[in-house]
Design a protein around this ligand. Structure first.
Ligand SMILES: [Zn+2]
Length: 273
């Protein structure tokens, strides 16, 4: 499931194919994904100039001329492909944007088999999905102090809190598990018991796992010699996620898993308290 590093990798891949170019043609395959898509979306995208691409949490934001922004969410299974020849449109390809430009044309394909992704357009101000979102973990507003403040009011386990986009933006199940391992904090620890020292370690671990994953995404893009390959998924260097029963890289104790709020948490009982 795409989290902040995967979405950032998609954004970086799309910048050269989209920024400063015009959408010469748009195809929308169905009226809805997770939620209904805007009416006449294909017609509204056709002819638009694309400005800067940005990211907020797990959302990709594509600025368009006419002061509109296209919001994209990859959901559970969404990915993007970039083609330099006109592609055949597959069953799960829900949006195809043909980008005109002085350089070779490009086709941007949004694919989402499970259809938990979403595309929307919005004008002035912010989108309701972005309102109330917490700080960007790699931005200046995020620190051990803001993290500790956010956790202080919460009774539930810290793992569940990290998935709440109002606490910190862009973290999902994989990087929540990895960050807690990096900080030596049990996923079961009550949020409000995380005070100064643990907050310092957790804030640093969050940044560290995300930065390393973005680097891995960048490596995957450099190795991305075949056009039309799926962007947004790459081999992550994971310490605990998905490794139940395997030995901890640090202490050798078998990694355990437990279910919290319907999601699997992975942790090392030897390293995390
Ligand atoms: Zn361990």
């Amino acid at each position: 499931m795409p989290e902040l590093p995967e979405v950032e990798t998609v954004r970086r891949a799309l910048v050269p194919a989209m920024e400063g170019r015009r959408i010469s043609n748009a195809y929308i395959g169905r009226p809805d994904l997770r939620w209904p898509l805007p009416d006449n979306l294909a017609a509204r995208l056709t002819g638009r100039m694309v400005g800067p691409l940005s990211r907020r949490g797990k959302f990709l934001l594509v600025s368009l001329d006419g002061d509109e922004t296209m919001l994209m969410h990859l959901g559970m299974s969404g990915s993007v492909r970039i083609h330099h020849k006109r592609p055949a449109i597959g069953r799960h390809d829900h949006m195809v944007l043909e980008m005109a430009g002085a350089a070779a044309p490009a086709w941007i394909v949004f694919n989402d088999p499970r259809r938990f992704g979403w595309i929307d357009l919005f004008g002035d101000g912010t989108h309701p999905m972005l309102a109330g979102m917490g700080p960007e973990p790699l931005g200046n507003e995020f620190s051990a102090a803001t993290l500790m403040d956010g956790l202080a009011a919460r009774r539930g386990p810290v793992k569940t809190a990290l998935l709440d986009q109002r606490l910190v933006a862009g973290i999902g199940n994989i990087y929540a598990c990895e960050a807690l391992f990096g900080a030596g904090i049990s996923p079961r620890r009550r949020s409000y018991t995380i005070r100064r020292q643990r907050a310092d370690r957790l804030a640093a671990a969050i940044k560290d796992v995300l930065v390393r994953a973005i680097e891995d995404g960048g490596t995957s893009l450099r190795d991305h010699v075949q056009p039309g390959g799926e962007i947004g998924y790459f081999v992550q260097r994971l310490s605990v996620y998905g490794r139940a029963g395997a030995p901890c890289h640090s202490c050798g104790t078998p990694i355990r898993s437990l279910v919290q709020s319907g999601r699997s948490s992975f942790y090392c009982p030897g390293c995390q308290r």
